[in-house]
Design a protein around this ligand. Structure first.
Ligand code: NAD
Ligand code: DAU
Length: 350
């Protein structure tokens, strides 16, 4: 098979690094990880593969047209998997313009760079845009699910910027017959997630006997998928997905925030040999997130029926694996919490 030079944007982040670690195992693929290394990007996530011959790291900003043009030329990019984004809803509430810059202008710049470099020759080319279920808005409690046909109704600056980026990607497909595919995934959990997001935040706080902040009453529902299963779905779409199509990815695994946090608490009590119920005492109800979406839940029957993908990890297994990882990687957790990882890698990449 011909070699493919795949540009992964955001490959130093949580999902991007999982994807890169899986992608480099494919012998016909060269992976070029293009990442700005914001607070969320951490090259320690890629230590296990950083010396592989088919892996290259390039520090760069998806909003910088010159840097993008150069990386396409230097590495003769044939496919793009675009994950780089500002990804935390709470940060989008305090700094919406940053989200517009990265998620909208960044995606537009990347699309344009690929279009200029590929010059209308789209044979064996692909622009894979990794998006979120939050673009569909918020569901009432009940059995309704987001399908690929659900109308967009984003309600936070984060989800609005991601929805806008999806529209830009589709606009290139319709206007230029650009070879795009989009995936919209539910909440991910797993190793290497920055401890501002609910699951690693709770694990970290339990370890340090700090309060577990639950927004509102903890009744909001999310559909949780193990990050390895998300990366596996991306690889499935990369291989067999149809140009111009959208695929929803999810675990059929809905939990209210309060119930989810209770599972984390009891698993942590077991692992840390603490008395039953000890960690739950840290649960603290705090002011609700502004505009907090009530429920997300994904119908992933399209990718399951058309491409044969199914999640491999049951939630019980995935959450134990995740907690075990954080307990064995306390140095990683301490470094990202203190910001030390930046000092180490900034010396290397400026
Ligand atoms: P993350 O915040 O952990 O990582 C984002 C990465 O993008 C970081 O490495 C960061 O350095 C990089 N980045 C940010 N701005 C950049 C820029 N201007 N140029 C280059 N790189 C830049 O995010 P994540 O949770 O891994 O999410 C990855 C993607 O998946 C995002 O597009 C997100 O919207 C989407 N997604 C996330 C989830 C989830 O549960 N985390 C679910 C569905 C979809
Ligand atoms: O649905 C996919 C999305 O999932 C991704 O697109 C986002 O990038 C990702 O961050 C995630 O968004 P959420 O807002 O759902 O994730 P977060 O971990 O921030 O919050 C999960 C739920 O927990 C949400 O209902 C808010 C609540 N929460 C969160 C934090 C950080 C709390 O109750 N307390 C907290 O401290």
């Amino acid at each position: 098979m011909n070699n493919e030079n795949i540009l992964v944007t955001g490959g130093a982040g949580f999902i991007g690094s999982e994807l890169v670690r899986q992608l480099v195992k494919l012998s016909h693929v060269n992976v070029i990880n293009f990442d700005k290394l914001t607070y969320a990007g951490n090259l320690e996530n890629l230590k296990s593969i950083e010396n592989l011959e088919n892996y290259t790291f390039v520090k760069g900003d998806i909003c910088d047209e010159k840097q993008l043009a150069q990386v396409f030329i230097d590495h003769d990019i044939t496919k793009v998997i675009h994950l780089a984004a500002e990804s935390h809803v709470d940060r989008s509430i305090t700094d919406p313009l940053l989200f517009v810059r990265t998620n909208l202008i960044g995606t537009a710049s990347l699309l344009n760079a690929a279009k200029i470099y590929w010059k209308g020759d789209y044979a064996n080319k692909l622009f894979f845009h990794v998006s979120t279920d939050e673009v569909y808005g918020s569901l009432e409690m009940g059995s309704e699910l987001f399908t690929e046909k659900t109308s967009y109704d984003p309600r936070s600056p984060y989800s609005a910027s991601k929805a806008g980026s999806d529209h830009l990607v589709r606009s290139f497909y319709h206007t230029y017959q650009f070879p795009v595919v989009i995936s919209n995934c539910s909440n991910n959990y797993g190793p290497f997630q920055f401890p501002e997001k609910l699951v690693p935040l709770c694990i970290n706080n339990i370890l340090n006997n700090k309060p577990l902040p639950i927004y509102g009453k903890g009744e909001n529902v999310r559909d949780w998928l193990y990050v390895g299963d998300h990366a596996d779905a991306i690889l499935t779409i990369l291989k067999d997905g149809q140009i111009g199509e959208t695929y929803n990815i999810g675990g059929h695994n809905e939990w209210s925030n309060l119930d989810l946090v209770k599972v984390i608490c009891s698993t942590m009590d077991d692992k840390l040999n603490r008395p039953k119920g000890e960690s739950e005492k840290l649960i603290t109800f705090v002011k609700d997130r502004a505009g907090h979406d009530l429920r997300y839940a994904i119908d992933s029957s399209k990718i399951q029926n058309e491409l044969g993908w199914t999640p491999k990890f049951q939630f019980g297994e995935g959450i134990k694996k995740t907690i075990d990882w954080y307990l064995s990687e306390t140095e990683w957790l301490e470094n990202v919490s203190s910001g030390d990882y930046k000092t180490y890698y900034e010396n290397q990449y400026g």
